[in-house]
Design a binder for this molecule. Structure first.
Ligand code: M6P
Ligand code: ZN
Length: 192
């Protein structure tokens, strides 16, 4: 006989991403992102202010076992470091074959995806956009607008996070403002 978990419902504020009874709220400041922006001088200069770049509200602490799901909301604030829009750290899943689903709730962003070979894919996210992250793709979200970019995500509980590869190599492309528009450029720090 399986042990039956009790079903439950979570309330989510669809415009600002707040989950009133979130089990974990993570706030990520520039200090938590050291070395990730392409323009190191701009990053160093901005470190004095140490702005809050984004926060993640985790709705559940469902068991980290196969078959379970977790879900969360992320709010990325508008801003740039050396012309590069604020983004999340980005990760591969520790168990590489785990997929993930994102849904745009407010504002405007890019979902930047990359295979371990450095192939890049970009999805434009606005409210209502459901973006599918297939197994094995690293993923990072970027606020390309002037308002908060808010999205919902749902992922297998056992997926885990591999941040190391991103810290070491970064993403093959960066998103910077050029002529007032988000533009993809090769990442000068990228190593294959
Ligand atoms: C989404 C999900 C979370 C992730 C968050 C921030 O909400 O993918 O699992 O934690 O984005 O991304 P990161 O962990 O890369 O900073
Ligand atoms: Zn993920």
């Amino acid at each position: 006989m399986p042990e039956y978990m009790t079903p439950f419902t979570t309330m989510i504020n669809l415009t600002n991403g707040v989950i009133p009874n979130a089990v974990v709220v993570q706030k990520r400041y520039l200090k938590d992102m050291e070395g990730l922006f392409a323009d190191s001088r701009a990053e160093d200069a901005e470190m004095i202010n140490n702005p809050l770049l984004y926060e993640v509200h985790e709705a559940t602490n469902n068991p980290m076992e196969e078959g379970q799901l977790r879900y969360s909301t992320t709010t990325i604030y508008p801003g740039k470091v050396g012309g590069e829009y604020y983004f999340t750290r980005g990760h591969y899943h520790e168990i590489g074959n785990r997929a993930e689903l994102y849904m745009g709730l407010a504002g405007e962003g890019y979902l930047l995806l990359m295979t371990p070979d450095g192939e890049i894919n970009v999805q434009h996210m606005t409210p209502g956009a459901m973006s599918y992250i297939p197994p094995f793709w690293a993923h990072r979200t970027i606020n390309i607008g002037k308002e908060n970019f808010v999205f919902f995500s749902c992922y297998p509980s056992d997926a885990g996070y591999d941040y190391e590869s991103i810290v070491d190599k970064g993403f093959a492309q960066i998103v910077v403002e050029q002529d007032g528009k988000p533009t993809l450029l090769p990442n000068p720090k990228w190593t294959k």
